[in-house]
Design a protein around this ligand. Structure first.
Ligand SMILES: NC(=O)c1ccc[n+]([C@@H]2O[C@H](COP(=O)([O-])OP(=O)(O)OC[C@H]3O[C@@H](n4cnc5c(N)ncnc54)[C@H](O)[C@@H]3O)[C@@H](O)[C@H]2O)c1
Length: 157
């Protein structure tokens, strides 16, 4: 299943026409030689982004808190573009983000593309609650806002 089909099936969309990104057989975007970091790249939207970047030729670093899924996705990326790496990262932890930046440089080279995708919608069990709790908001802020700042700062330095 390619990345477009993956997104379509996950969100019950009509299949996304390949013609939207390919014109007369020519790929409109070529990312060969580019290095991308995708946070939350192990599953869901992040995984779909990582596979699409790989499809366009990029080497992709999968940065995720979920090691098992990160390994699977990094292996899929490698099959597509030939180059991938993974770094188990909690984006709320600045030291881990510094480690991510160092590991990316060491394994793939300088970063060209950063996708700050890692995110949550609440603390554990939020799906089953009818109302958000203070903890939901605190954790969501930590991951979705502070996490994005941490990763961006680490990659830029
Ligand atoms: N799915 C939607 O409808 C929707 C809508 C609006 C925004 N978003 C945003 O899009 C992004 C991806 O959504 P999704 O549906 O693919 O979510 P998902 O839960 O399927 O995937 C999120 C990924 O982020 C990782 N992650 C979570 N916390 C992390 C942390 N602290 N450090 C590193 N990695 C962490 C998870 O392990 C997972 O692989 C999120 O930021 C989400 O808030 C999603």
């Amino acid at each position: 299943m390619n990345a477009l089909d993956l997104v379509s099936s996950k969100y019950n969309l009509d299949p996304i026409p390949y013609e939207l990104i390919v014109f007369k057989g020519q790929q409109l975007v070529n990312l060969e030689g580019q290095v991308a970091v995708v946070t939350g790249g192990a599953t869901g939207i992040g995984r779909a982004i990582a596979l699409k970047l790989a499809d366009k030729g990029a080497a992709v670093m999968i940065a995720d808190i979920n090691e098992e899924s990160a390994e699977q996705t990094a292996a899929e990326v490698k099959e597509i573009s030939g180059e991938s790496a993974l770094f188990v990262t909690d984006v709320t932890d600045l030291e881990a983000c510094d480690g991510l930046a160092d590991a990316t440089m060491a394994h793939l080279g300088p970063v060209d593309i950063l996708v700050n995708n890692a995110g949550i919608a609440g603390s554990s069990g939020w799906e089953s609650r009818s109302h958000s709790t203070e903890e939901d908001w605190k954790q969501t802020y930590q991951v979705n806002v502070i996490g994005m700042s941490n990763v961006t700062a680490a990659i830029r330095s």
